[in-house]
Design a protein around this ligand. Structure first.
Ligand code: NAI
Ligand code: SOE
Length: 394
């Protein structure tokens, strides 16, 4: 079995998730397409990098991503840093001939995302963007039903991503609230996941009409660089800094295929933790998914007898997508980790076989173009066309 040597840049929340995925991937997908070797992890200080290496099982650690990218032993660069570093690292990695998986959003702006697409297209390396919710088996099952025509022609998509980890104005001003690092707020951080699901399940988004707001305009400053997602202890009596990104966006969408829909992303939804939902209505039936019940897909079919028609629950398991690799009984339950394990499998399979994987950097760029149109529409209060990358049209 081929070894693939990986360098992970960023040992925070996603560093942990990706490390787990590389360790576990061959336990689930066997024979594995390749053996992922956790070669080097990079973080900003000796302390952070060495702790990540010990804790997450990396052979070595470093504090300079430039040195690691120059290492000829490295095959894959995995980018799990805050957003503002994605483009610089990815472009250098592509120029060094490394295959790349990059966390979402692909970049803080569509312009940066475009430079990343150009770099991977020029050098021919495999690229992937980590929109892992596509990898939830129930979402893959929804895709299968749609492709089989089970719900007919899609008329309507209603997607949400609602969170509350930062609904408290006393939670710290981490990098996710700073435009120069994050690019945008709820739009790029969580709305982008729903845009990815909408593109995956329905098709390209043609135009948008949005209301974009910032309800919490300042937060306590924090000293450390990483984002504890509301959990960091902060001096709430100390100095505060301005939030210069959005925290809520409500968007009407028109798809290129004629379907319509809505996408809602908010950081202010007390009681909603990771409330990623979609309901899709087609001419022959409907599908509903809620990530907080991620083993379930709710389906309703027009063809059912009128006295039995209504939503019913299908639990994912051995007979649904990725089921042969995961757990042997429906509803045993999958978690966030499994979505990252499937993501690592799909990416490393493409690397090992010299193929491609979706969503790739072109998908990440198209999603960034939708996000940009949402923000622009929020400013102008007008329907705004979405620029289409030539490779879009999923
Ligand atoms: P985090 O704040 O927990 O971790 C970021 C890490 O990167 C920190 O350890 C930090 O010290 C390190 N870092 C910063 N500058 C660096 C540099 N120059 N070189 C090496 N390391 C550096 O952030 P988190 O939550 O892990 O987010 C990272 C990325 O993953 C972001 O783009 C975020 O949007 C994305 N993300 C995606 C998720 C998903 O579900 N797909 C979930 C959470 C985050
Ligand atoms: C915070 O909103 C966050 O960690 C996002 O950055 C991720 O993309 C999301 O999946 C979980 O929440």
């Amino acid at each position: 079995m081929q070894d693939i040597n990986i360098a992970l840049i960023g040992g925070g929340f996603m560093g942990k998730a990706h490390s787990l995925a590389y360790a576990a991937m061959p336990m689930f997908f066997w024979p594995a397409p390749a053996r992922p070797v956790r070669k080097t992890v990079v973080d900003v200080s000796e302390e952070l990098a060495s702790t990540a290496a010990q804790r997450y099982g990396w052979e070595s650690y470093a504090t300079s991503w430039q040195d690691v990218i120059a290492d000829p032993d490295i095959d894959v660069v995995d980018i799990a840093t805050p957003n503002h570093l994605h483009a610089e690292i990815a472009i250098a990695a592509a120029e060094a001939g490394k295959h790349i998986i990059c966390e979402k959003p692909l970049a803080p702006t569509a312009g940066d995302a475009k430079r990343m697409v150009d770099a991977v297209e020029k050098t021919g390396v495999v690229s992937a963007v980590a929109f892992n919710y596509r990898r939830t088996p129930a979402v893959a099952l929804a895709k299968k039903y749609i492709e089989e025509g089970a719900i007919g022609r899609i008329l309507n998509f209603r997607g949400t991503y609602l969170q509350d980890w930062s609904a408290d104005p006393d939670s710290p001003l981490s990098w996710r609230f700073q435009k120069k690092i994050a690019g945008s707020g709820a739009v790029g951080d969580i709305g982008s996941h729903v845009v990815d699901l909408a593109r995956y399940l329905v098709g390209e988004i043609d135009s948008v009409n949005s209301v974009v707001s910032t309800f919490i305009t300042e937060r306590p400053l924090q000293s450390s660089g990483f984002d504890a997602l509301g959990g960091a202890s902060t001096n709430t009596d100390g100095p505060r800094g301005a939030v210069d990104v959005d925290d809520e966006a409500m968007t009407l969408v028109r798809f290129a295929n004629g379907a319509v829909g809505s996408i809602e992303a908010t950081r202010n939804a007390w009681g909603r933790n990771n409330f990623i939902t979609f309901e899709i209505h087609g001419t022959e039936g409907s599908i509903f998914f809620n990530y907080e019940n991620r083993d379930e897909l709710q389906v309703a079919f027009k063809r059912d007898p009128a006295d039995r028609r209504g939503f019913r629950t299908v639990y994912t398991g051995p007979n649904t997508p990725y089921g042969d690799a995961l757990w042997p009984i429906p509803a045993l339950g999958i978690g966030y980790g499994e979505t990252k394990i499937i993501e690592a499998y799909e990416f490393l399979k493409a690397v090992a076989e010299g193929g491609t994987v979706r969503p790739d950097f072109a998908d990440g760029y198209q999603t960034a173009l939708v996000d940009e149109a949402i923000l622009e529409s929020g400013r102008t209060q007008q329907w705004t066309p979405v620029v289409q990358h030539p490779r879009a049209n999923i």
